[in-house]
Design a protein around this ligand. Structure first.
Ligand code: NAP
Length: 292
């Protein structure tokens, strides 16, 4: 078994982006700028946003976090988004999900200018992705593809089972894995899937994005399979300083010995998500996807 090490791969991606930013600075040019919008004070969201902000600093991007209380109105947030859409100094921005219940997430995502939608959640980017056109790819699936590529994982004709069908992970992941050039045969599973364990047992590559600790157990894994664990589940722990421990969806201890490759949690997909967001921001800055 070999680890799909998100630390190594994301470090490499960030180093190459940092070198490009240093070159921009040396030429006296403006550097890429990412804004993260955080509504409310969900602990996990605060950590994700702080990590994204830190990654921007590491590569030399400008960045800022706009923090708003949970009781702002949808109209207020839409106005803030409009300002970011129009701000020429802002190359890309993200609105950290989930939003408070009284704010309609779809309405917010649709208000983001697709050219600044570095999370790749806007329907224009989703539609372009599905059509195989240049688009901002959602950061988590995009990061997973980078990880598979780095470790030369053979995807062509392989059977991949994606567990989870969210718009931000499972669904785009399944779509990308089935695209020409990647060429997996994809099964997508969800809470209504019958005989899920049987489906997963047939997989050469398993991507789990459920959000449930120890959901994927060793008996579900075909010997030699590649296992990608997207889950980020925070469990109470008296063995850490923070009082929390991060675990994935996969029963790592028992699954790892059966796999050819597996991602650790932490240190796997989460880091790749952040470096893909950074890469998308550089693409937005360079207008690689959409000509202005
Ligand atoms: P989500 O929107 O809650 O989707 C979860 C999916 O899992 C749904 O499609 C759901 O099926 C399915 N599911 C739930 N229980 C199931 C069961 N018993 N059997 C089969 N399928 C089941 O979550 P998400 O946003 O995709 O995130 C999933 C996990 O990934 C979470 O732990 C999240 O924190 C993590 N995540 C990590 C990263 C990263 O960078 N590592 C990024 C994003 C998310 P239904 O559709 O039928 O309800």
């Amino acid at each position: 078994m070999e680890l799909l090490d998100g630390k190594v791969v994301s470090r490499g991606l960030k180093d190459s982006i940092a070198a490009e930013v240093a070159e921009l600075k040396a030429q006296g040019k403006r550097v890429p700028f990412l804004v993260a919008v955080l509504v409310g004070d969900d602990d996990a969201s605060k950590i994700y946003v702080a990590n994204k902000d830190k990654a921007c600093q590491e590569v030399g991007f400008g960045s800022t976090v706009l923090k708003f209380p949970a009781d702002i109105t949808e109209e207020f947030l839409l106005k803030e988004i409009d300002k970011l859409n129009k701000d020429p100094e802002v190359d890309g921005f993200i609105v950290q999900l989930p939003l408070p219940d009284h704010i309609n997430e779809s309405r917010i995502i649709e208000a983001i200018d697709p050219r600044k939608d570095v999370d790749g959640f806007h329907p224009t980017n989703t539609g372009r992705m599905v059509s195989g056109l240049p688009s901002f790819l959602p950061a988590t699936p995009c990061g997973i593809l980078e990880l598979l590529k780095y470790y030369n994982i053979d995807t062509r004709g392989k059977h991949c089972v994606v567990i989870g069908r969210s718009n931000i992970v499972g669904r785009p992941m399944a779509n990308l894995l089935s695209q020409k050039g990647i060429d997996c045969t994809v099964t997508i599973c969800h809470s209504r899937t019958l005989n899920l364990a049987e489906e997963v047992r047939r997989a050469d590559i398993v991507v789990s994005a459920v959000g449930s600790p120890r959901f994927v157990t060793a008996d579900m894994i075909k010997p030699g399979a590649v296992v990608v664990d997207v889950g980020m589940n925070r469990l109470r722990s008296d063995q850490t300083k923070s009082g929390w421990k991060l675990v994935g969806d996969v029963d790592f201890e028992n699954v790892a010995p059966k796999c050819s490759y597996i991602t650790p949690v932490p240190g796997g997909v989460g880091l790749m998500t952040i470096s893909s967001l950074i890469a998308n921001t550089l693409r937005a800055y360079k207008k690689e996807i959409y000509a202005w």
